[in-house]
Design a protein around this ligand. Structure first.
Ligand code: NDP
Length: 445
């Protein structure tokens, strides 16, 4: 078994040199899938694993734009159309200086299985640019988005590829991107999700990833006859996912004591209540300030350059970025009493950290299961656009809760090992089988 995993991975590395994040994501999936594939030779015969690691299409393009000083700026744009066996390509756009092909391929690969887990008809994709919206004026962000969409609009469409937001792409960016598509193509179409409510968006879409991760944690806790009520919770990040995780955890009776950004973290032992959260939302979404300002406002500890993983907690929701929990961080979480981790961010835990969680047998919900709520409500936004109807907040929230429960059940179905649930294995196999079966049905695609 180990031999076939090693062989597969060395071939993958040889064909995609230097793509370390992509290799990390593939390796994690292949480790859980190989035993299942060995028992199901038709997947081997149809070379599904060899096929799913190669995108159906990779687009890379130049994005020139003029800054406020009138100088020419140039970024690289990407869209990875990874797999369309289950539906149109679906997955976010990330604008961050760290963006490269490897990061977007890892995200697109994960997205394929995540979207499959949601039970909605969506393929997988991801895209973005090395553009950094931080420190740019609204005008510069608009100029960049217009140039980016001028190329991207040739490749997307409501039945082809429907991008959404991710790091650095929120409501403002989605608006500028949508406007430019409409202008060029002369059609008002559901080509992006995460749109504002008054022009085709869905209620609960902004909340979906954070709420979904919290619902998933709740399902995991239920297997231990426990709940979020009364728990001390650490959250990293302070963007979209982090903010709505804080909101839902607090509503369910938990106390969130940390937040962070790429400069440092704050620790508020009293808890981030409703009023403090609205301060954070204004700080991050309107003023576009730094989390350090929270510490000044509420007179709490700020630690520059630190992440929240050595703060004592019961539950942790990493919600910033990939590889933000090292092996030592994972050990420190467990040593400090954390017994449940639900990943709001994509692949936030390094493989050695995941090993710590599984060796210690804590409840560990990997990103492709725990953060699928975002894309699930994106799928619901697509349904509402097709129906030309808007569902109520309660209706969308009910559907989201139902989807998170069903993802949890899929994880139990494929991930139960004696009296422990291996959610990594459960999510990987549960996500894979639907995609693999559809690929076999559709012939050599
Ligand atoms: P936002 O841009 O709204 O927020 C990102 C947060 O993470 C910010 O606080 C940012 O700090 C911090 N961050 C970003 N990069 C780094 C880094 N390299 N080191 C430390 N901190 C960093 O993004 P989202 O909240 O939308 O996304 C967060 C995570 O959730 C990502 O992994 C994303 O892929 C994942 N996700 C998002 C979904 C969504 O619906 N939005 C859906 C599923 C997953 P700073 O302001 O300093 O950059």
């Amino acid at each position: 078994m180990t031999n076939s995993i090693d062989e597969f991975m060395s071939l993958c590395r040889e064909k995609t040199p230097g793509e370390k994040e992509f290799h990390q994501a593939v390796c994690e999936v292949v480790e859980s899938l190989m035993p299942h594939i060995d028992k199901n030779p038709r997947y081997k015969k149809h070379k599904i694993l060899e096929r799913v690691i190669i995108p159906e299409r990779t687009l890379m393009f130049r994005v020139p734009w003029l800054d406020d000083a009138g100088d020419i700026q140039i970024n690289t744009g990407y869209r990875i159309e990874m797999n369309s066996a289950l539906g149109p390509y679906k997955g976010g756009l990330r604008f961050h200086p760290s963006v490269n092909l490897s990061i977007l391929k890892f995200l697109a690969f994960e997205q394929v299985f995540k979207n499959s887990l949601t039970t909605l008809p969506m393929g997988g994709g991801k895209g973005g640019s090395d553009f950094d919206p931080k420190g740019k004026s609204d005008n510069e962000v608009m100029k960049f988005c217009q140039s980016f969409m001028t190329e991207l609009c040739r490749h997307i469409g409501p039945n082809t590829d429907v991008p959404a937001g991710d790091i650095g792409v929120g409501g403002r960016e989605i608006g500028y991107l949508f406007g430019q598509y409409k202008r060029i193509r002369n059609e008002f179409a559901g080509i992006l999700t995460g749109k504002a409510l008054n022009w085709g968006g869905s209620l609960i879409r902004p909340e979906a990833t954070g709420y979904g991760a919290t619902y998933f944690a709740q399902e995991m806790l239920k297997t231990k006859k426990d709940s979020i009520k009364g728990k001390t919770v650490t959250v990293s990040g302070s963007g979209n996912v982090a903010q709505y995780t804080v909101e839902k955890v607090t509503q369910l009776g938990g106390k969130v004591v940390t937040l962070s950004d790429s400069s440092g973290m704050i620790y508020d032992p009293e808890g981030i209540d409703k009023k403090k959260l609205s301060y954070v939302m204004d700080l991050k979404n309107v003023k576009r300030g730094r989390i350090k300002e929270y510490a000044e406002e509420y007179n709490v500890v700020y630690e520059a350059g630190k992440r929240p993983w050595d703060i004592k907690c019961n539950l942790a929701f990493p919600s910033a970025t990939q590889n933000e929990i090292s092996k030592q961080d994972a050990q420190s979480l467990v040593d400090n009493g954390c017994f449940c981790v639900a990943e709001g961010a994509n692949m936030p835990t390094v493989p050695e950290g995941v090993e710590v969680f599984s060796d210690e047998k804590i409840l560990y919900g990997p990103s492709k299961a725990a953060n699928a709520g975002g894309v699930a409500v994106s799928g619901l936004e697509m349904s509402q656009n097709s129906l030309r109807l808007s569902w109520t907040r309660e209706e969308v929230d009910q559907r989201l809760q139902h989807i998170m429960k069903s993802i949890h059940e899929t994880c139990l179905k494929y991930g139960k090992e004696n009296n422990y649930v291996n959610y990594v294995k459960g999510a990987n196999i549960g996500g894979f089988v639907k995609v693999a079966d559809a690929m076999i049905d559709q012939g050599l695609i």
